[in-house]
Ligand binder design. Structure first.
Ligand code: GLU
Length: 377
Protein backbone atom coordinates (compact mmCIF):
# COMPACT_ATOMS: atom_id res chain seq x y z
CA UNK A 1 0.00 0.00 0.00
CA UNK A 2 1.20 3.50 -0.82
CA UNK A 3 1.48 5.95 2.03
CA UNK A 4 1.81 9.69 2.31
CA UNK A 5 4.10 9.47 5.32
CA UNK A 6 6.80 7.91 3.12
CA UNK A 7 7.05 10.99 0.94
CA UNK A 8 9.74 13.60 1.35
CA UNK A 9 7.91 16.60 -0.03
CA UNK A 10 4.15 16.56 -0.27
CA UNK A 11 1.73 19.00 -1.90
CA UNK A 12 -1.89 18.86 -0.72
CA UNK A 13 -4.53 20.56 -2.85
CA UNK A 14 -7.80 21.43 -1.18
CA UNK A 15 -10.90 22.18 -3.23
CA UNK A 16 -13.40 24.92 -2.40
CA UNK A 17 -16.28 22.44 -2.04
CA UNK A 18 -14.54 20.87 0.97
CA UNK A 19 -13.44 24.03 2.68
CA UNK A 20 -16.47 26.22 2.26
CA UNK A 21 -20.01 25.23 3.24
CA UNK A 22 -22.88 26.00 0.85
CA UNK A 23 -23.75 28.99 3.08
CA UNK A 24 -20.37 30.54 2.36
CA UNK A 25 -18.89 29.80 5.80
CA UNK A 26 -15.53 28.12 6.32
CA UNK A 27 -15.81 24.48 7.38
CA UNK A 28 -13.47 24.97 10.28
CA UNK A 29 -13.74 21.56 11.99
CA UNK A 30 -12.77 19.93 8.71
CA UNK A 31 -9.81 22.25 8.18
CA UNK A 32 -8.68 21.60 11.76
CA UNK A 33 -8.74 17.86 11.11
CA UNK A 34 -6.77 18.29 7.91
CA UNK A 35 -4.10 20.42 9.59
CA UNK A 36 -3.95 17.87 12.40
CA UNK A 37 -3.06 15.18 9.80
CA UNK A 38 -0.61 17.52 8.15
CA UNK A 39 1.13 18.24 11.45
CA UNK A 40 1.55 14.51 12.00
CA UNK A 41 3.13 14.16 8.57
CA UNK A 42 5.44 17.06 9.34
CA UNK A 43 6.40 15.42 12.62
CA UNK A 44 7.26 12.30 10.61
CA UNK A 45 9.69 14.41 8.57
CA UNK A 46 7.55 15.13 5.50
CA UNK A 47 7.85 18.65 4.06
CA UNK A 48 4.35 19.86 3.29
CA UNK A 49 2.87 22.51 1.04
CA UNK A 50 -0.80 23.41 0.76
CA UNK A 51 -2.52 24.65 -2.38
CA UNK A 52 -5.86 25.95 -1.21
CA UNK A 53 -8.88 27.11 -3.12
CA UNK A 54 -11.76 28.78 -1.39
CA UNK A 55 -11.03 32.50 -1.71
CA UNK A 56 -13.86 33.20 -4.13
CA UNK A 57 -16.33 30.92 -2.34
CA UNK A 58 -15.55 32.57 1.02
CA UNK A 59 -15.58 36.12 -0.25
CA UNK A 60 -18.61 36.28 -2.51
CA UNK A 61 -21.28 36.29 0.20
CA UNK A 62 -19.40 38.78 2.38
CA UNK A 63 -19.25 41.05 -0.61
CA UNK A 64 -22.97 40.60 -1.40
CA UNK A 65 -22.50 38.47 -4.52
CA UNK A 66 -24.25 35.22 -3.62
CA UNK A 67 -25.81 34.53 -7.02
CA UNK A 68 -23.88 32.65 -9.67
CA UNK A 69 -22.41 32.75 -12.18
CA UNK A 70 -20.03 35.57 -11.29
CA UNK A 71 -18.46 37.81 -13.89
CA UNK A 72 -14.65 37.70 -13.96
CA UNK A 73 -14.28 41.04 -12.14
CA UNK A 74 -16.78 39.88 -9.51
CA UNK A 75 -14.92 36.66 -8.77
CA UNK A 76 -11.70 38.64 -8.57
CA UNK A 77 -13.31 41.05 -6.13
CA UNK A 78 -14.68 38.12 -4.11
CA UNK A 79 -11.22 36.53 -4.04
CA UNK A 80 -9.73 39.76 -2.68
CA UNK A 81 -12.10 39.52 0.28
CA UNK A 82 -12.01 35.75 0.74
CA UNK A 83 -8.24 35.32 0.53
CA UNK A 84 -7.75 37.29 3.75
CA UNK A 85 -10.17 35.05 5.62
CA UNK A 86 -8.58 31.97 4.12
CA UNK A 87 -5.06 33.02 5.09
CA UNK A 88 -6.17 33.92 8.60
CA UNK A 89 -7.77 30.50 9.12
CA UNK A 90 -4.60 28.70 7.98
CA UNK A 91 -2.43 30.95 10.09
CA UNK A 92 -4.48 30.36 13.24
CA UNK A 93 -4.87 26.62 12.87
CA UNK A 94 -1.26 25.97 11.86
CA UNK A 95 -0.11 28.09 14.81
CA UNK A 96 -2.07 25.83 17.17
CA UNK A 97 0.31 23.08 16.05
CA UNK A 98 3.34 25.33 16.34
CA UNK A 99 3.76 25.93 12.61
CA UNK A 100 4.15 29.14 10.67
CA UNK A 101 1.89 29.69 7.65
CA UNK A 102 3.29 31.54 4.63
CA UNK A 103 0.95 32.88 1.98
CA UNK A 104 2.06 32.65 -1.65
CA UNK A 105 -0.15 33.97 -4.44
CA UNK A 106 1.01 32.87 -7.88
CA UNK A 107 0.11 33.84 -11.40
CA UNK A 108 0.63 31.57 -14.38
CA UNK A 109 3.80 33.37 -15.39
CA UNK A 110 5.47 32.56 -12.10
CA UNK A 111 5.69 28.92 -13.02
CA UNK A 112 5.79 29.23 -16.82
CA UNK A 113 8.52 31.84 -17.27
CA UNK A 114 11.80 30.45 -16.14
CA UNK A 115 13.08 33.82 -15.04
CA UNK A 116 10.31 34.08 -12.48
CA UNK A 117 10.16 30.37 -11.83
CA UNK A 118 13.64 30.42 -10.30
CA UNK A 119 12.53 33.17 -7.91
CA UNK A 120 9.36 31.40 -6.82
CA UNK A 121 11.25 28.15 -6.43
CA UNK A 122 13.90 29.64 -4.23
CA UNK A 123 11.42 31.60 -2.07
CA UNK A 124 9.26 28.54 -1.43
CA UNK A 125 12.39 26.45 -0.90
CA UNK A 126 13.57 28.88 1.78
CA UNK A 127 10.20 28.70 3.54
CA UNK A 128 10.37 24.90 3.60
CA UNK A 129 13.92 24.99 4.91
CA UNK A 130 12.73 27.19 7.77
CA UNK A 131 9.94 24.74 8.58
CA UNK A 132 7.08 27.02 7.48
CA UNK A 133 4.03 25.70 5.63
CA UNK A 134 3.50 27.50 2.31
CA UNK A 135 -0.21 28.08 1.66
CA UNK A 136 -0.54 28.74 -2.05
CA UNK A 137 -3.39 30.01 -4.20
CA UNK A 138 -3.70 31.65 -7.55
CA UNK A 139 -3.41 35.42 -7.42
CA UNK A 140 -7.02 35.66 -8.51
CA UNK A 141 -7.41 39.40 -8.12
CA UNK A 142 -5.00 40.25 -10.92
CA UNK A 143 -5.11 37.19 -13.17
CA UNK A 144 -7.23 37.68 -16.28
CA UNK A 145 -8.68 34.90 -18.41
CA UNK A 146 -5.67 34.48 -20.70
CA UNK A 147 -3.17 34.39 -17.90
CA UNK A 148 -4.99 32.19 -15.41
CA UNK A 149 -4.28 28.67 -14.37
CA UNK A 150 -8.05 28.74 -13.94
CA UNK A 151 -8.19 25.80 -11.59
CA UNK A 152 -6.11 24.87 -8.62
CA UNK A 153 -5.64 21.24 -9.75
CA UNK A 154 -3.32 22.45 -12.46
CA UNK A 155 -1.76 25.07 -10.20
CA UNK A 156 -1.01 22.36 -7.61
CA UNK A 157 0.60 20.18 -10.28
CA UNK A 158 2.78 23.09 -11.44
CA UNK A 159 3.78 23.79 -7.85
CA UNK A 160 4.56 20.14 -7.31
CA UNK A 161 6.76 20.12 -10.41
CA UNK A 162 8.41 23.45 -9.59
CA UNK A 163 9.26 22.28 -6.06
CA UNK A 164 10.32 18.75 -7.08
CA UNK A 165 7.71 17.27 -4.74
CA UNK A 166 7.46 13.49 -4.79
CA UNK A 167 3.76 13.33 -3.98
CA UNK A 168 0.68 15.41 -4.79
CA UNK A 169 -2.69 14.83 -3.13
CA UNK A 170 -5.81 16.25 -4.75
CA UNK A 171 -8.56 16.26 -2.15
CA UNK A 172 -11.91 16.62 -3.79
CA UNK A 173 -15.53 15.61 -3.45
CA UNK A 174 -14.99 12.31 -5.28
CA UNK A 175 -13.09 9.18 -4.20
CA UNK A 176 -11.03 9.04 -7.35
CA UNK A 177 -11.30 8.03 -10.98
CA UNK A 178 -14.11 5.67 -11.94
CA UNK A 179 -14.21 3.47 -15.04
CA UNK A 180 -17.29 5.45 -16.10
CA UNK A 181 -18.33 9.00 -15.18
CA UNK A 182 -20.53 9.23 -12.05
CA UNK A 183 -24.15 8.55 -12.88
CA UNK A 184 -23.26 6.74 -16.10
CA UNK A 185 -24.06 3.27 -14.80
CA UNK A 186 -24.07 1.07 -11.74
CA UNK A 187 -21.04 -0.97 -12.78
CA UNK A 188 -18.59 1.95 -12.61
CA UNK A 189 -15.54 0.80 -10.61
CA UNK A 190 -12.91 2.88 -8.86
CA UNK A 191 -9.51 2.65 -10.53
CA UNK A 192 -6.93 2.08 -7.78
CA UNK A 193 -3.73 2.66 -9.78
CA UNK A 194 -2.90 4.34 -13.06
CA UNK A 195 0.53 3.65 -14.53
CA UNK A 196 0.00 5.43 -17.81
CA UNK A 197 -2.42 8.14 -18.87
CA UNK A 198 -3.93 6.57 -21.97
CA UNK A 199 -6.87 7.80 -24.11
CA UNK A 200 -9.00 5.22 -22.23
CA UNK A 201 -8.13 6.91 -18.95
CA UNK A 202 -8.98 10.30 -20.44
CA UNK A 203 -12.31 8.89 -21.63
CA UNK A 204 -13.13 7.71 -18.09
CA UNK A 205 -12.82 11.27 -16.85
CA UNK A 206 -16.02 12.43 -18.54
CA UNK A 207 -17.16 16.00 -17.97
CA UNK A 208 -16.62 18.37 -15.02
CA UNK A 209 -19.23 17.65 -12.34
CA UNK A 210 -18.40 19.44 -9.10
CA UNK A 211 -20.73 22.27 -8.07
CA UNK A 212 -18.52 24.68 -6.09
CA UNK A 213 -14.98 24.25 -7.44
CA UNK A 214 -13.96 24.90 -11.02
CA UNK A 215 -12.11 21.69 -11.88
CA UNK A 216 -13.60 18.36 -12.87
CA UNK A 217 -11.99 14.96 -13.40
CA UNK A 218 -10.50 16.11 -16.72
CA UNK A 219 -8.46 18.85 -15.07
CA UNK A 220 -7.35 16.33 -12.43
CA UNK A 221 -6.03 14.02 -15.12
CA UNK A 222 -4.27 16.94 -16.76
CA UNK A 223 -2.76 17.72 -13.37
CA UNK A 224 -1.66 14.08 -13.12
CA UNK A 225 0.08 14.36 -16.47
CA UNK A 226 2.08 17.36 -15.24
CA UNK A 227 2.87 15.94 -11.79
CA UNK A 228 3.75 12.43 -12.96
CA UNK A 229 5.88 13.86 -15.79
CA UNK A 230 7.83 15.76 -13.13
CA UNK A 231 8.44 12.60 -11.10
CA UNK A 232 5.69 12.81 -8.46
CA UNK A 233 3.03 10.27 -7.62
CA UNK A 234 -0.41 11.84 -7.50
CA UNK A 235 -3.43 10.66 -5.58
CA UNK A 236 -7.06 11.73 -5.98
CA UNK A 237 -8.97 11.10 -2.78
CA UNK A 238 -12.17 12.18 -1.17
CA UNK A 239 -12.01 14.97 1.35
CA UNK A 240 -15.61 14.57 2.41
CA UNK A 241 -14.68 13.09 5.77
CA UNK A 242 -12.64 14.44 8.65
CA UNK A 243 -8.90 13.58 8.72
CA UNK A 244 -8.71 13.04 4.96
CA UNK A 245 -4.93 12.47 4.88
CA UNK A 246 -4.95 9.93 7.67
CA UNK A 247 -7.72 8.13 5.81
CA UNK A 248 -5.53 7.75 2.74
CA UNK A 249 -2.78 6.16 4.82
CA UNK A 250 -5.40 3.94 6.46
CA UNK A 251 -6.35 2.54 3.06
CA UNK A 252 -9.43 4.57 2.09
CA UNK A 253 -10.47 4.15 -1.57
CA UNK A 254 -8.60 6.51 -3.87
CA UNK A 255 -6.79 6.61 -7.22
CA UNK A 256 -2.99 6.71 -7.42
CA UNK A 257 -1.25 7.94 -10.56
CA UNK A 258 2.23 6.49 -10.37
CA UNK A 259 5.40 7.99 -11.69
CA UNK A 260 8.28 5.79 -12.76
CA UNK A 261 10.98 8.43 -12.25
CA UNK A 262 12.07 10.50 -9.24
CA UNK A 263 11.59 14.30 -9.21
CA UNK A 264 15.34 14.86 -9.33
CA UNK A 265 15.84 12.55 -12.32
CA UNK A 266 12.85 14.09 -14.15
CA UNK A 267 14.06 17.61 -13.56
CA UNK A 268 17.57 16.76 -14.69
CA UNK A 269 16.26 15.09 -17.82
CA UNK A 270 14.20 18.19 -18.54
CA UNK A 271 17.19 20.49 -18.09
CA UNK A 272 19.45 18.26 -20.18
CA UNK A 273 17.09 17.48 -23.01
CA UNK A 274 14.14 19.75 -23.45
CA UNK A 275 15.86 23.06 -23.91
CA UNK A 276 18.43 24.22 -26.43
CA UNK A 277 21.24 26.05 -24.58
CA UNK A 278 21.10 29.79 -25.20
CA UNK A 279 24.75 30.34 -24.36
CA UNK A 280 27.97 28.92 -22.91
CA UNK A 281 29.95 29.47 -19.74
CA UNK A 282 33.60 28.50 -20.10
CA UNK A 283 34.94 27.49 -16.69
CA UNK A 284 38.32 26.67 -15.16
CA UNK A 285 39.48 23.27 -13.94
CA UNK A 286 38.63 24.06 -10.30
CA UNK A 287 35.01 24.68 -11.31
CA UNK A 288 34.95 21.49 -13.40
CA UNK A 289 36.10 19.52 -10.35
CA UNK A 290 33.48 21.21 -8.16
CA UNK A 291 30.73 20.38 -10.67
CA UNK A 292 31.81 16.75 -10.88
CA UNK A 293 31.72 16.68 -7.05
CA UNK A 294 28.07 17.74 -7.14
CA UNK A 295 28.61 21.37 -6.20
CA UNK A 296 27.19 24.57 -7.70
CA UNK A 297 28.95 26.70 -10.30
CA UNK A 298 30.20 29.89 -8.63
CA UNK A 299 31.06 33.03 -10.59
CA UNK A 300 34.69 32.71 -9.47
CA UNK A 301 35.26 29.73 -11.78
CA UNK A 302 33.78 31.32 -14.90
CA UNK A 303 36.42 32.42 -17.41
CA UNK A 304 34.33 33.45 -20.40
CA UNK A 305 30.70 33.94 -21.36
CA UNK A 306 29.30 33.24 -24.85
CA UNK A 307 25.90 33.70 -26.47
CA UNK A 308 22.94 35.73 -25.46
CA UNK A 309 20.84 34.51 -22.56
CA UNK A 310 18.58 35.74 -19.80
CA UNK A 311 18.27 34.59 -16.22
CA UNK A 312 16.51 31.22 -16.13
CA UNK A 313 17.71 30.17 -19.62
CA UNK A 314 19.61 26.96 -20.15
CA UNK A 315 23.35 27.36 -20.67
CA UNK A 316 26.00 24.87 -21.51
CA UNK A 317 28.94 24.75 -19.08
CA UNK A 318 32.22 23.92 -20.82
CA UNK A 319 35.80 23.23 -19.75
CA UNK A 320 38.65 25.38 -21.12
CA UNK A 321 39.15 22.71 -23.82
CA UNK A 322 35.58 23.39 -25.03
CA UNK A 323 34.21 20.02 -23.85
CA UNK A 324 30.69 20.34 -22.46
CA UNK A 325 30.63 19.26 -18.80
CA UNK A 326 27.14 20.23 -17.69
CA UNK A 327 23.96 22.09 -18.53
CA UNK A 328 21.95 24.22 -16.20
CA UNK A 329 19.58 27.11 -15.62
CA UNK A 330 21.66 30.24 -15.22
CA UNK A 331 20.86 32.67 -12.41
CA UNK A 332 22.03 35.81 -14.25
CA UNK A 333 21.47 37.59 -17.56
CA UNK A 334 24.38 37.49 -19.96
CA UNK A 335 25.74 40.97 -19.29
CA UNK A 336 25.55 40.39 -15.54
CA UNK A 337 27.27 37.02 -15.89
CA UNK A 338 30.05 38.72 -17.81
CA UNK A 339 30.48 41.38 -15.13
CA UNK A 340 30.77 38.89 -12.29
CA UNK A 341 32.82 36.24 -14.12
CA UNK A 342 35.87 35.51 -11.96
CA UNK A 343 34.41 37.33 -8.94
CA UNK A 344 34.38 35.91 -5.41
CA UNK A 345 30.95 35.79 -3.77
CA UNK A 346 31.62 38.88 -1.63
CA UNK A 347 32.53 40.88 -4.74
CA UNK A 348 29.24 40.23 -6.57
CA UNK A 349 27.39 43.10 -4.96
CA UNK A 350 30.17 45.55 -5.70
CA UNK A 351 30.30 44.57 -9.37
CA UNK A 352 26.55 44.52 -9.98
CA UNK A 353 25.38 47.24 -7.65
CA UNK A 354 22.91 44.83 -6.01
CA UNK A 355 23.12 41.69 -3.94
CA UNK A 356 22.78 38.81 -6.38
CA UNK A 357 22.85 35.09 -5.74
CA UNK A 358 26.09 33.37 -4.77
CA UNK A 359 25.76 30.73 -7.46
CA UNK A 360 25.95 31.31 -11.21
CA UNK A 361 24.19 27.96 -11.68
CA UNK A 362 22.80 26.29 -8.55
CA UNK A 363 23.51 22.58 -8.21
CA UNK A 364 19.76 21.81 -8.12
CA UNK A 365 19.47 23.48 -11.51
CA UNK A 366 22.23 21.64 -13.31
CA UNK A 367 22.96 18.26 -14.75
CA UNK A 368 26.32 16.70 -15.56
CA UNK A 369 26.39 15.55 -19.17
CA UNK A 370 26.41 11.77 -19.39
CA UNK A 371 25.26 11.28 -15.81
CA UNK A 372 21.56 10.79 -16.47
CA UNK A 373 21.55 7.00 -16.78
CA UNK A 374 23.12 6.80 -13.29
CA UNK A 375 20.44 8.97 -11.74
CA UNK A 376 17.29 7.76 -13.44
CA UNK A 377 14.69 5.98 -11.34
N1 GLU B 1 -8.40 30.20 -6.84
C1 GLU B 1 -9.79 29.97 -6.65
C2 GLU B 1 -10.22 30.34 -5.24
O1 GLU B 1 -9.42 30.35 -4.35
C3 GLU B 1 -10.20 28.54 -6.85
C4 GLU B 1 -9.88 27.89 -8.15
C5 GLU B 1 -10.40 26.47 -8.17
O2 GLU B 1 -11.51 26.25 -7.71
O3 GLU B 1 -9.71 25.55 -8.64
O4 GLU B 1 -11.36 30.62 -4.97
Amino acid sequence: MRRLDRSKRLVVKIGSALLVNPDGQLNRPWLESLIHDLAQLKAAGVETLIVSSGAIALGRRTLGLPKRPLKLAESQAAAAVGQIALARAYQQILAEHGYVAAQILLTLKDTEERRRYLNARSTVGTLLKQGAVPVINENDTVATTEIRYGDNDRLAARVSSMMSADCLVLLSDVDGLYTAAPGAGADARLVAEVHEITPEIMAMAGKPVSGVGSGGMITKIEAARIAVGAGAHMVIASGRHLNPLRRIDAGAPCTWFLSSASPVASRKRWIAGALEPAGRLIVDQGAVNALLDGRSLLPAGVKRVDGSFARGDTVSICALSGVEIARGLVAYDRDEAERIAGARSHEIEQRLGWRGRDEMVHRDDLVIIGSLHHEAG
